[in-house]
Write a protein that binds this ligand. Sequence first.
Ligand code: ATP
Length: 564
Amino acid sequence: MTQPFRTLLDLCRRRGFLYQSAEIYGGLRGAYDYGPLGVEMKKNILNSWWQRHVYNRDDVVGLDTSILTPHPVLKASGHVDEFTDLLVDCALTKERFRPDKAPPLSLDKNGHIPITAPSKETALAWKKAIEDQFAPNTKVTVEGNRILLFVDHIVQPDQRGQGGKIVFQMLDESSPLELNYHGYVEPDTNSPFLTDSRPFNLMFKTFLDPIDPIDRVIQTTMNKPNDSKTSVREAVDQVLKPSTVFLRPETAQGVFVNFEQVVRTMKTKPPFGIAQVGKSFRNEIRLEHGIFRTPEFEQLELEFFVAPWEAKHYFKYWRKERYNWWLEHATNPEKFRQRDHESDEMAHYATGCTDVEYLYPWGWGEVEGVAHRGNYDLTQHIKNTGANFEISEEKPALSQEVKESGEGEAELIPTETPARYIPHVVESSCGLNRAMLAYLCDAFHQIEDGKGKPPRNVLKLHPRLSPIKCAVMPLTGKDEFLPLTKKVAKSLRRKGWYTVIESQKLKIGKRYYRHDEIGTPWCVTVDYQSLEDDTVTIRDRDTGLQERVNWKDVQTIIGEKLME
Ligand code: ATP
């Protein structure tokens, strides 16, 4: 982890953006909680997305569907059979740490690596970091301030046989741990864990049943002889299948299964879109880079339904539209790029896919996928339920907009009328948590004072994404400044902006710097002159410049700046 990234993560923890989930219990692997500032920033990203793609248009509507998804929906969509990653179980043994470059960590007779931490609390924090890094089979036991680490971890097939340095990344900078193995991971043919690669389904399964699934299996199978052709696993699956539900791995399927209801109730037809924001869950083999890859995350998804002959146009249109949204909030636009998928990267039904990527401190990483999904999903749900997802067009033609863009597929326009078709879908799927991490990295700056002091942190967040829009401050702690301070704050709060009164007993400069560190774009100060002539100063986070204005104008001035 680079030092600035470490410092940024520390800032997030220290200033209330991000906490480790259930930290007082030692944390939960890959789970993070969003603190008071984190929740605001996440909401601001979501609002910007929703404002632009739902409220500012007349062809997109919203939806909020259930997280619990029945087995048949995800069977039809292909997730039950296909939503897998390849997995290799790989046990590392003593012989396979070759200490030829650096002293290895020694293993005790049970194959554990003993590590002594400075305190019990640090040992618990290290345990969490190790588990985060080596999900999910590393066994870590804590005894007082000692950790016993058993590296029995799962690697991707392409990592097999590779050696190198293993660094445990810490969210909590106060207790960093870096263990360097310079050695080689070699296959251990005697290991009971070493397996060939096998598909691993990423969905979390649970059961909607008042009877404990284990009891149900025992009750149902106890007196029933198993015929030798059915494996125990198949027999258990059969018993549990009716009550099996999944935590959805994407929000999209909820949109597809509601397609007909939305068309009917909203009296709409293609081209139109359905937007959905919500949590998705994936039992990821590898959890990495804090909130970049977690088992529970939020997606902002838009499914845009179009006639087949207009799909080409809308795929191009949404690629551009979504990329522009990313750039609109960026401090360093050159760190955002679009990457077209190679044909072997795409789902078999997709005819085009472009990722938006951000240059994170560890390299380019996907923040969003824009895909031309064809009519695969709707067709699958029709096949399995007989639902009527067909659209009828009296006079099929290219719309004016598509004609002008020259990007429709004129040859696909049916000649018979009325034409019936199953709409094609252009999807944009953005990770909210990854967006937050990307924009935090993008905004993070360190400013040197040139006098040898440690640099100070500034988050140059786009004002619309900043958790706090405005901090109103009395110049000193004297009571005489308070009435006007409260009046200014009240006028800004009326606009719906998160505004705080900053009356801590710190010098005004220190209070400005505290707000620079969390990205507050404007600080309004009530001083002696304010008491004379009703003026206040507005300080700009990025330039440090102050303008003096009548306090009643602050609302308008900030409103205009937020629109820029
Ligand atoms: P990756 O290749 O990084 O695993 P993906 O291609 O599987 O991502 P999609 O299925 O296209 O991801 O999901 C759409 C978006 O959802 C991604 O661009 C990403 O922003 C977000 N996302 C997917 N998986 C996770 C995760 N485990 N944690 C956080 N965000 C995620």
